[in-house]
Design a protein around this ligand. Structure first.
Ligand SMILES: N[C@@H]1[C@@H](O)[C@H](O)[C@@H](COP(=O)(O)O)O[C@@H]1O
Length: 235
């Protein structure tokens, strides 16, 4: 893994976007995108740029089950407001939280991924090492599926909701097997509460207990972190 350490998330966000721009100059057509607070500065850099995304396709990692696209906590809403409304893409895909049939929805999404191979996948990381909503124990070969969220993730995401009971308990998530097929992966993490997960991801054993540790097996991963998230690395 190529680890790059920055002073803050603003600088890191710009650096992440620079890598995406270089990828686009070299023919990248499909971006795998993530939500959460981590990529916000990168999206701001994308919106502030004069780069045209209208020939690009995006495939998002995950969505809460039961969440309408116009709910301001949905990941579709997040993507519209942080990026797509300002920078239209050719096509944007996010799992449909309101799908009546979860099996049909996961099949549909797996076809979306198969039809649009991901050139550059952006990832955040959960405090427990999850990527997308692939919580500890998730199989490394999984495709998109409906997954229960762990209590640690529910607690971490409660800050965005009025009450803890309002946090969804299930999500549709791209699986680790699909994420690993992306040609290039950019994993971003900021702040001290990510330092443990980053240390285990980079220096620990490859284990389903720390889903992000699987990235040690990918040949092109750039890890973009701040000093706080890097603070537990041994070197
Ligand atoms: N499903 C998302 C992940 O894709 C994200 O990487 C993670 C970290 O979120 P944040 O960036 O807000 O710390 O949490 C969520 O659970």
């Amino acid at each position: 893994m190529d680890v790059k350490i920055f002073d803050n998330d603003v600088e890191a966000g710009k650096a992440a976007f620079d890598i995406i721009k270089t990828g686009m100059d070299n023919g990248a057509k499909t971006l795998g995108l993530a939500t959460g607070s981590t990529p916000v500065e990168m999206y701001k850099a994308m919106v502030a740029s004069d780069v045209d995304f209208s020939n690009m396709t995006s495939v998002n990692l995950d969505e809460y089950v039961g969440m309408a696209p116009d709910n301001d906590q949905s990941y579709r809403y997040f993507m519209q407001s942080h990026l797509f409304d300002a920078k239209p893409f050719k096509e944007t895909f996010v799992p449909n939280g309101l799908a009546a049939d979860p099996d049909a929805e996961t099949k549909r999404y797996n076809k979306v991924i198969a039809d649009h191979p991901i050139d550059i996948q952006v990832l955040g990381i959960g405090r427990n090492g999850h990527i997308g909503f692939n919580e500890p124990g998730s199989p490394f070969d999984a495709e998109t599926r409906k997954v229960p969220l762990t209590q640690s993730t529910i607690d971490a995401n409660a800050r965005f909701f009025d009450k803890e009971e309002d946090v969804p308990r299930f999500a549709y998530s791209m699986g680790i097997g699909s994420i690993m097929k992306s040609k290039k992966i950019l994993l971003l993490a900021f702040g001290e509460d990510k330092a443990d997960a980053i240390q285990k991801m980079i220096e620990g054993p490859v284990t389903t207990d720390v889903p992000a540790s699987v990235l040690q097996n990918h040949k092109d991963v750039v890890v973009i972190i701040d000093k706080a998230a890097a603070s537990k690395l041994s070197k």
